[in-house]
Design a protein around this ligand. Sequence first.
Ligand SMILES: Nc1ncnc2c1ncn2[C@@H]1O[C@H](COP(=O)(O)OP(=O)(O)OP(=O)(O)O)[C@@H](O)[C@H]1O
Length: 258
Amino acid sequence: MAGVTVQDLHIAFPLYHASARSLKRAVAAATSNRLREDAQHRVVVNALRGVSFTLQPGDRLGLVGGNGAGKTTLLRALAGIYEPIAGHVVIRGALHTLLDTGLGMNMDLTGRENIGLRGLYAGLERAAIALLEDDVQAFAELGGFLDMPVRTYSSGMLVRLGFALATAIDPQVLLMDEWFLAGDSGFMAKARQRLEALVRKAEILVLSTHNPEVIASWCNRVLWLEQGTVRMDGAPIEVLEAYLGHPVEATEDLLLSA
Ligand SMILES: Nc1ncnc2c1ncn2[C@@H]1O[C@H](COP(=O)(O)OP(=O)(O)OP(=O)(O)O)[C@@H](O)[C@H]1O
């Protein structure tokens, strides 16, 4: 059974290229008590400070918070990209991340080769990889470019291939950053359907976004981060109203209603 446990998580970034004094002066106002000096006299930003929560199958957690609150850092810590300086993260189940635009593609390989590699990483058999290729090819609409190196793709083609690949394999635990929901082209309408299908199949979702409507319709729990700590954790409407400071209309749960 899938699960996520985050226990007293602390993440900090040493800032190597700034003298303590000038940096402190420059960002003290913005980050208030989040800068400190570590044992080696480096200036350190405390990006997350004592964050704890657990998620079970069926939980779709939205992360909200102002700029620099720690949402991206939390997603990356869940993905295993950042190592905690204290506390721990335990993920049970197949994890999949939709976090950055590169999406782990090798730019020197062709689209088809990237699909093959992704299938191998996911432990797929040859026949399943062939199906994956068909699926991604149909969705990304790359035509003859499928056999060209990815570095020759336009940015739109790259996004389509990346998106198709990222959503081709069903995860149990899905981590997603909001840029995945951005854009308003015809492609995004199609992309959104595919994303919704993926989210519906995932047992656990963690989604970071600045869009309250997305939270209200995709999530059934919201964590409000402020300066690297959990300010509030609860039902979407309740937390959104406290965070935004005004009433929020209940939105139909897109995923449950479909
Ligand atoms: N690689 C890094 N090096 C140094 N500081 C970092 C790094 N990544 C994040 N930070 C700092 O950690 C804090 C949390 O940043 P994070 O990107 O997680 O916030 P966020 O909530 O995702 O913000 P936004 O909504 O603006 O994307 C910020 O103070 C940021 O400056």
